[in-house]
Design a protein. Structure first.
Length: 360
């Protein structure tokens, strides 16, 4: 083995030790040459080999830095716990996260939880056998207290960097989270409907995931600020089990009940997401209520369902690939040991056909 190859191996071990301590900067060429008693030419050749292998990057006038990758490929696999790998918004989101991670040499390993806390616990116990360097988590039933905080603490103690997606648990308040700006989204939709002259606005939200209460709160605060009323009698709530029955059995009884019990006299409704809006519009049609002539419908997510609906649905969206790229980039920075902060991705309104001016 040549001198520069030997030095490259020694520096690889140094990088691995430093990354475990959150250190990403390599010593200067002069310092390396002095410490390992080799020539500057040997140092440059060793650094070039490390760069070729993707372990370091050079910054003009600043030196060499670890990319966050480990020489052992298995250490560069990032698991993600997520409610679903197939339904609704997830395929596009996972594709984006996987693509952005892959461009930096990382692999994504997907573990669906079905938004079930026991399934989540079993997956965490399995991961604890060989703790990963990083873990992306969409919490299960995040609006409720989690029984799994103990396992997250054990993973953190083992050196795993945690990154929460869409929500995080109250028991883990200091963890980094990349999420939708749900408060602003609810405020934006309510303000949009009020601007169309609607004063009797209803809402339907998910009760056991944190996004539901946050979206409700934004809408309620907007109507409060406008001196309008989002009465409890106009607000409906549904659970994860309702969604499971909807997706597996197309059971829409909870939506039919919502129409009967909450929408009387209302001219507009804010839906938790495109999926609920899509099925609600079907139920409204069965009840002889026309969208948007009789009632306007708006929602979150701008998925394929908002265009698949018989009446294309006005919805909120993010810029393309924004969520996935932000999650991947934040995780990479965590693995490098560089500072990161939680971020809320802003919404933009995409107006389609399901809303219109309030009718007398």
């Amino acid at each position: 083995m040549s001198k520069y190859e030997t030095l490259s191996k020694q520096l690889t071990e140094l990088i691995s030790r430093n990354l475990e301590q959150g250190i990403t900067t390599l010593p200067t060429e002069a310092a390396i040459a002095e410490q390992y008693r080799v020539s500057r030419q040997t140092v440059r050749a060793a650094l070039a080999l490390l760069k070729k292998n993707g372990l370091i990057e050079s910054r003009q006038g600043s030196g060499s830095y670890a990319t966050g990758l480990f020489p052992n490929v298995s250490q560069n696999v990032i698991p993600i716990l997520i409610a679903s790998s197939q339904e609704y918004i997830y395929p596009h989101l996972l594709t984006d996260i996987r693509s952005f991670l892959a461009s930096s040499g990382y692999q994504l390993q997907v573990h669906p939880t079905d938004n079930d806390t026991f399934t989540e616990r079993q997956l965490l116990l399995s991961l604890l056998k060989t703790p990963p360097r990083g873990l992306i988590v969409e919490g299960s039933k995040s609006a409720l207290p989690t029984p799994n905080a103990d396992l997250y603490e054990k993973l953190k103690a083992s050196g795993t960097r945690l990154l929460f997606l869409h929500n995080k648990y109250e028991a883990l308040p200091d963890e980094i989270c990349i999420k939708d700006d749900n408060y602003y989204g609810g405020y934006l939709l309510a303000n949009h409907l009020a601007g169309l002259g609607h004063t009797r606005i209803a809402g339907i939200f998910k009760t056991d995931d944190l996004q539901g209460p946050e979206r409700y709160y934004g809408a309620a605060c907007c109507l409060r600020d406008l001196n309008l009323d989002l009465s409890d009698s106009r607000v409906g709530w549904f659970s994860s089990s309702d969604i499971e029955n909807l997706e597996k059995k197309q059971n829409t009884r909870f939506l039919a009940a919502y129409i009967r019990e909450h929408l009387t006299g209302c001219t507009a409704v804010i839906c938790y997401n495109d999926e609920i809006a899509y099925w609600l519009i079907k139920e409204l049609s069965y009840a002889g209520i026309h969208v948007p002539r009789d009632i306007s419908v708006v929602c979150f997510d701008n998925s394929y369902l908002s265009d698949l609906s018989k009446v294309r649905i006005t919805t909120l969206t993010h810029r393309p690939h924004e969520m996935g790229s932000c999650v991947a980039e934040t995780m990479i920075r965590l693995l490098k040991g560089t500072p990161v902060i939680s971020q809320e991705i802003p919404w933009e309104l995409v107006r389609k056909e399901s809303d219109g001016p309030a009718r007398p």
